[in-house]
Design a protein around this ligand. Structure first.
Ligand SMILES: [Zn+2]
Length: 228
């Protein structure tokens, strides 16, 4: 039975999130649109986390080497020895990660992922969620994550992935946005549409091990990349 990695809940509810213009810009087939809708819009009925957040929680739980639901693990104080950098609000995980005493939070535009204001080997974990598709140079941004990680540390993240095709650099293509451009300006312009080669980006950035965490593949996928 599918369980929520945050709270162990087993009931889920669904409301679609994509809109026709985005589906058209991304040239998504109906089954691809359905996967992304579920990634964002299928939620744990107990804690409200969507599949994207639950997949990210599963990646973190593996990194923390615990089987406990993440709520329980963090509430128990076992995570307080862990230093963790959260870049932009990591979906529904933000209020939970904030409870860790080793938690540091930074957000764009104060902090740019291409130039993190921390010395090398500062954190055990770096976490971001649906951020990397918006940065101009995702490999460089991942190199920055690796630089600030301690040896053996990991970056855990999600991006929207269309698994049936290769990644597409949108530079030179018409602008496509997540969120409403009238509200967000260019902050949410999509720079990269990630595809089946999503796992190659952390290797290009110098990570030595990449793991994919699936919650109801391919709707909920998270990536963890380990540094040596
Ligand atoms: Zn839950």
């Amino acid at each position: 039975m599918r369980r929520c990695a945050l709270c162990n809940g087993t009931a889920f509810r669904f409301s679609p999130v994509l809109w026709p213009k985005l589906i058209q810009e991304w040239k998504l087939a109906p089954h691809e649109a359905a996967h992304i809708d579920r990634q964002q819009g299928e939620c744990c009925a107990n804690c409200g986390a969507n599949l994207r957040t639950i997949a990210l929680a599963a990646a973190l739980r593996a990194g923390f080497k615990t089987q406990e639901p993440l709520f329980q693990f963090i509430a128990s104080g076992q995570a307080n020895e862990i230093s963790l950098l959260e870049l932009n609000e990591a979906g529904g995980l933000h209020p939970l990660l904030e409870r860790m005493s080793g938690h540091v939070f930074c957000a764009y535009p104060d902090v740019d992922m291409h130039a993190l204001p921390f010395p090398r080997a500062t954190f055990d974990f770096v976490v971001h969620s649906d951020t990397l598709e918006h940065v101009p140079n995702p490999v460089h941004a991942l190199e920055e994550c690796r630089r600030v990680l301690k040896p053996g540390g990991a970056v855990c993240y999600t991006v929207p992935v269309v698994v049936g095709r290769l990644s597409l650099d949108r530079q030179g293509l018409p602008k496509s946005y997540h969120g409403s451009p009238t509200e967000t300006g260019d902050d949410y312009v999509v720079q990269t549409e990630f595809g089946a080669d999503v796992w190659t980006y952390p290797y290009q950035a110098g990570f030595s091990e990449v793991r994919l965490h699936a919650i109801d593949y391919p709707a909920g996928l998270a990536i963890s990349a380990y540094a040596t």
